[in-house]
Design a protein around this ligand. Structure first.
Ligand code: ADP
Length: 585
């Protein structure tokens, strides 16, 4: 109940008022009592001084002493303050009433002062706690002793005290009412801005920074409001920065190709990016564990050891490299971060490179072996072999040397294309003329192989910018392939046409042996041959199509091969005509 500031203020003010009033009331009432007491004795002792007492004793001599005494005291009633509540009595030495303005309403008790007077002493003992105050003077009347006894029943003090008490009580009640009202107003002026700040703080807690509190006073509350506004603004900008950083990170996390996943020390999933889901073939689920995601892999046991464990796993036909690294501060959250990198392509490249080296070695070894064996035979049987056999052997050696030269030349060309060091001499030339030249040069060769070579221009073929020598080499190579892989009596048809919007389409079509469907996609790979023996026999290196592809692409064109086993093969080359300048890539 007294939790609220308002109630606390009310309580403090009430307690303050009550204690002030109690202290004040007690002090006032006490002062009044003491004043009256002092006044009574001052008056009595002031009147009954030595001279008065001598006069009184003289008046008391003889007959009617009591009456004389009464008359003498009666002359000083006003200085004694005689009233309804205060009276004087002339008593005999035993305290019996003899004379006075009125007889006592009840029997006069034997008070200590009266007893003192009976014993001949003046009785003016202060009697603050008694319900009366009195004074008694013994008067020696010669034949009879008297006692002048002044007594006050303190009723007047009590009345006054009561009146003071009522005033204090009334003042207190009034003060309390005022204090409740004041405390209410006071607490309102304090709590209202605090309430506002509280509401604002609640808004800030929910992330709403759009409002600022008006500063209504220059006091502590005002400066609190100002500080609060500053804090909210600071918080807003800091949170904004943090959010921005988080957004950046989560975007990075979301779109990175590598998978990243975090696990707690007990193996529970904390986070996982889409790449992880894709690479591992899982869907995020909060109950997921390390073992479910990385079946067969062991989670690093101690997160304390800052050791990165690298493993390779195969998932859904892809080779993945998984790096497991412990994370966490000494007293913070700990766990393991997994980074998953798809190394399938890298592996493929490595394999291709290895295969290429093996192929090169193999391709070079065959002619070298042939050269060596024929040379040895010639050396062993020097001068013994018939001249024509010797000539034939030397012809084989020369042919093998030529093949090696071709292979090395082709490899050199490919290497230059790979590293962009191929110097292509770009210039404008007539494609029509180039094709006609090739046609004229190869027609005889084709006919010697029993084929029919035809050239057709479907459109008016425009000039083209490119390296004429290299493109010529490409076309010759493809026509040679058609000649090579078509049994005698075949037809080889070369077509040139315009391809919209700005390209020339070259088609070299044969009705030869064709290529099995499964080999077609790999034909542009280096050293790939359908029939190795036939290729070698025909002087092929297995690099022709690979070079053709690189070369056409260096001219920003495309090359495409379609084939059907037993029916024939069609190679299509598309080259842009508006190529102004080009590099190798
Ligand atoms: P090669 O030097 O062996 O001719 P290429 O790279 O030029 O090498 O050709 C690769 C392989 O493609 C050849 O070995 C051959 O098996 C096949 N090939 C190419 N052109 C044709 C074609 N017109 N008809 C049938 N097979 C072909």
């Amino acid at each position: 109940m007294f939790r609220s500031l308002h109630m606390k203020l009310v309580l403090i003010l009430i307690l303050m008022i009550i204690s002030v009033m109690v202290v004040m009331g007690t002090f006032l009432i006490n002062s009044v009592g003491n004043y009256y007491l002092r006044d009574f004795y001052d008056k009595v002792t002031g009147l009954f001084d030595y001279n008065m007492r001598v006069s009184l004793e003289q008046a008391a001599q003889g007959e009617n002493g009591a009456k004389h005494l009464e008359e003498m005291v009666a002359a000083h009633t006003s200085s004694l303050g005689i009233s309804n509540h205060r009276s004087y009595y002339i008593l005999d030495e035993n305290g019996a009433y003899l004379a006075g303005p009125r007889p006592p309403s009840s029997a006069l008790g034997t008070t200590p002062n009266m007893l003192a007077a009976m014993a001949g002493e003046v009785g003016i003992t202060n009697a603050a706690i008694d319900s009366y105050m009195d004074a008694a003077y013994p008067i020696d009347g010669g034949t009879q002793d008297y006692i002048i006894y002044i007594c006050d029943d303190k009723k007047e003090i009590q009345e006054l005290t009561w009146r003071f008490f009522s005033i204090v009580l009334e003042t207190m009640v009034f003060g309390l009412l005022v204090s409740v009202l004041l405390s209410f107003l006071l607490s309102k002026t304090i709590t209202t801005p605090i309430e506002h700040i509280k509401k604002q703080a609640q808004l800030v807690a929910t992330g709403d920074f759009s409002h600022r509190l008006p500063i209504q006073s220059g006091d502590e509350i005002g400066s609190l409001t100002e500080t609060f506004n500053d804090m909210a603004a600071m918080l807003q900008s800091t949170l904004g920065e943090v959010q921005e950083e988080r957004d950046k990170l989560s975007t990075l996390f979301l779109h990175m190709t590598d998978g990243v996943a975090a696990f707690s020390t007990d193996g529970r999933i904390i986070h996982m990016n889409p790449a992880t889901e894709r690479l591992m073939g899982v869907t995020f689920d909060e109950s997921m564990t390390f073992n479910q995601v990385f079946t067969g892999l062991e989670m690093p046991a101690s997160a304390n050891e800052r050791k990165v464990v690298s493993s390779e796993i195969i998932r859904r036909g892809r080779t993945l490299n998984v790096l497991l690294a412990p994370y966490g501060a000494a007293d913070g959250e700990r766990g393991v971060i997994a980074v998953i990198h798809d190394i399938t392509e890298q592996r493929k490249l490595d394999d291709a490179r290895r295969e290429f080296v093996a192929n090169v070695s193999h391709e070079l070894r065959t002619p070298l072996t042939n050269i060596k064996s024929y040379t040895e035979t010639l050396m062993d049987a020097a001068g013994e072999l018939p001249a024509d056999t010797e000539k034939r052997f030397l012809g084989v050696i020369s042919g093998e040397a030529d093949r090696m030269t071709r292979i090395v030349k082709d490899l050199l060309t490919l290497s230059k294309l790979d590293y962009g060091r191929m110097d292509l001499a770009f210039r404008q030339f007539s494609m029509k003329e180039m094709l006609e030249t090739i046609y004229t040069a190869m027609k005889l060769d084709a006919e010697n192989n029993g084929h029919q070579l035809t050239l057709e221009f479907q459109d008016d073929i425009p000039d083209i910018t490119g390296d004429k020598e290299r493109l010529e080499q490409v076309v010759v190579n493809i026509i040679s392939n058609a000649v090579k892989y078509t049994p005698a009596g075949g037809h080889i048809h070369v077509t040139a046409a315009l391809q919209m919007p700005k390209s020339i389409l070259l088609r070299i079509q044969d009705d030869g042996m064709g290529i099995p469907a499964e080999d077609v996609p790999r034909l542009f790979e280096r050293f790939y041959r359908v029939d190795k023996a036939r290729s070698r026999q025909k002087g092929g290196t297995g690099l022709g199509l690979a070079i053709a592809k690189e070369m056409v692409e260096a001219h920003h064109g495309t090359i495409h091969l379609e084939s059907e086993l037993g029916k024939g093969t069609t190679v299509t080359i598309i080259l842009p005509t508006d190529l102004k300048e080009a590099g190798n890539g």
